[in-house]
Each structure stands twice: as C-alpha cells, then as structure tokens.
Ligand binder design. Structure first.
Ligand code: AMP
Ligand code: MN
Ligand code: MN
Length: 337
C-alpha cells in the first residue's frame, strides 16, 4: 500500500501512542452511525483489546443491529441510558471520536467529553468546533476507516482479522462499494490487502445489502411513488412522511442508500431525501453529482458533511423543509455556474 502522507502519519503516531498508554478507552461515533463509524470503532476496539486495553463502544444513538456482526465481542457495545453513557465516558482514560469531530454530531455525549482526554480521527471538512485537543481531520481520506487502517498499520505488521473486517466495511460504506469519486487507487490497495488477509467480499455484500427486512422494500415502494423532480435545475427529491415511518416501524438504518434512488434519475445534479422524525422535524440527506457543494447548503441549515454528501436536521415539517432546502440547492447550483 502506498505510504500515507507524512502529516497523517505524524498525527496518527501521536494518537496511537496515547491510546496504547491507556488502560480504558471509550470509542464514540456520530448519531445514526453508519458502516464507516461502526466499522472504524470495531477495528480500533479489536486492535486495542488485542493489546490488553479495555475498550467500550459508546454512541449517542443505538448501534444498528445490522452492523453488530462487525464487533469481535458484542458486549463491548454500551446500550444503557445517556446518564450511564456519560459516566462511562468520564471514567475512561481516553476517548477516541471517529468519523466526526463536531460536538453537535455526538448529541447528548458532547457535554461529557473533555478536550484534554479526547482524540479525534475524522475525514470531514472541519466545522466550527472540534471535540478533542489532538485531532486528525484529513479530508483526503475516503473514510475514517482508511485512517484507522493507517493507524493500526503504524503499530502492527499485520492488521488483526476482526479489525480488517471493520476497515473493509468502512471503505465499502463510504465509497458506495468502490464507486464514488473518493475511490482512490489507495482505497483499492488497502481493500486488496484486506482481501488477501481473508476478508470475504460476498459475505460483506450479503450482510450489508443483499438481505433486507420486508419493511425496507415497502419503504422503497413508498419512496418511489413520492419521487419529485425539478427538470429545469436537475433536482430530484423524495419525501417520507411520519405516517409512513410509524406504519412501517422504520429506524434510521432503514434509510441507508435510499437517496441514491433519487440520484439515479436521469438529469439529476442534486438528490435529496426528506424524512420526517418523531420530534416534528425533518432529517435531510443531500447528494451531489459534483456540480453543487451540498455541504455548503447543509451548513446553511445547521448541518454539514462532505461536498458531495451532506445532511441536516430541520426543525420543521417536510412541507416547509422541501421549500427551503430545494430553494437553497437552486441558489447553490446558480452560484456554481
Ligand atoms: P447522510 O445523508 O445522513 O447519509 O449523511 C451524509 C453525510 O453528511 C455524512 O458524512 C454525515 O456525517 C453528514 N451529515 C448528515 N447529517 C448531518 C448533520 N445534521 N450535521 C452535520 N453533518 C451531517
Ligand atoms: Mn459516517
Ligand atoms: Mn465517513
């Protein structure tokens, strides 16, 4: 594998040395964790536990059942109350935050993090605030999992096999199965090394994409029947109202990848998913073909992400959210030309 940049290795060496001196480490990722967040946590957990360091996974929202197979020991996941989560964080020697650096992305856990004991490994464009004193924020990485690979590779000759699985899933998740523009030659080199070490790509495909609960196909039916399109600007969107979320008993993980159906419509430059939440607000997911910077749009609504994939939580019902966000995307597209 091509060496990582000197800057990346320098920060990762400092982070790794701190981690290896700890006795108890807590790993945190962002709300509604995805395959990159959980895969990165699983990979670091397996590495540290192999080194005799007690490790727990403590997240602001529940670890999706569909990703629990990544953990080499399922009981590493803390599933208790937010108060107990904060206590666990406060009693750890160190906290490592993965796949985000922003306090608002770790929800109720933000107040329990004290910067001096908090390290960060992230690949998002930096926001206004960082949760830790020692942070790697490297937007040239395809996934936090790529940085975790580099971290472990600095200290081990071979990536331990439960870590390899987590890293592989992180790469698959954030590159859209090696299809998005962040799929660099280096991503393929890392994946090749992981496959040579015994990762079964078909098994990962089965666990992540091939076997779905019935409610997900019913959600897809609802989503496609609600597909909306602005042909003049190349904007395509889907609205999933509260009624559908509660009737089908949907959870956040059920929406993974749904916005890509909107993106697949011919002529689409920006695709948007609007999902009404139990608190009366709307969760928005934005995807861009590259012409518009959707991170800029999301930030205007208090959210964030990457230039081609971003999100925001609006305190409004879908009707209002659609009006405001679609207008914001039109303005961003106009700016880009
Ligand atoms: P999603 O649309 O939820 O799949 O998220 C796409 C990207 O945007 C990911 O990198 C997320 O971390 C980021 N993102 C999603 N929602 C938010 C939010 N409310 N605030 C900041 N970043 C977000
Ligand atoms: Mn993520
Ligand atoms: Mn990521």
């Amino acid at each position: 594998v091509d060496p990582a940049s000197e800057q990346r290795r320098r920060v990762l060496r400092a982070i790794g040395e701190r981690l290896l001196q700890a006795r108890r480490v807590v790993l945190v990722t962002h709300v509604n964790a995805d395959g990159d967040g959980i895969g990165s946590q699983a990979a670091v957990a397996a590495w540290l536990e192999g080194r005799g360091i007690e490790t727990n996974v403590v997240n602001p929202t529940r670890v999706p059942d569909s990703l629990r197979f990544l953990l080499h020991r399922p009981d590493l996941v803390f599933d208790g109350s937010p108060e107990d989560a904060a206590a666990l964080i406060r009693s750890a020697d160190l906290v490592l935050v993965l796949d985000t650096s922003e306090p608002k992305r770790v929800g109720a856990l933000a107040t329990a993090l004290d910067a001096g004991r908090t390290l960060v490994i992230d690949h998002h464009p930096p926001g206004p605030e960082v949760v830790g004193d020692l942070a790697l924020q490297d937007t040239s990485a395809a996934a936090a999992g790529e940085l975790v690979y580099d971290l472990i590779a600095l200290f081990e000759d071979e990536i331990p096999s439960p870590s390899a699985l987590g890293i592989y899933v992180a790469l698959v998740s954030d590159t859209g199965s090696f299809r998005f523009s962040n799929t660099t030659p280096r991503v393929h080199q890392i994946a090749a090394e992981l496959l040579a070490g015994g990762i079964d790509p078909e098994l990962v495909f089965q666990r992540l994409f091939a076997i779905l609960p019935r409610r997900r196909l019913e959600l897809l039916r609802e989503a496609l029947s609600a597909l909306d399109h602005d042909p003049d600007h190349g904007i395509t969107w889907i609205v999933v109202p509260r009624e559908v979320v509660s009737r089908l008993e949907l959870t956040s993980e059920d929406f993974e990848g749904l916005v890509d159906h909107a993106r697949s419509l011919e002529g689409t430059r920006v695709a948007i998913l609007f999902r009404e939440t139990a608190d009366g607000g709307t969760k928005v997911s934005l995807r861009s073909s590259g012409e518009a910077d959707v991170n800029r749009v999301a930030r205007r609504f208090g959210g964030g992400g990457h230039p081609r994939a971003a999100g925001a939580d609006l305190p409004a019902a879908a009707g209002v959210a659609v009006e405001q966000v679609v207008a914001g995307v039109r303005a961003e597209l106009a700016r880009g030309r």
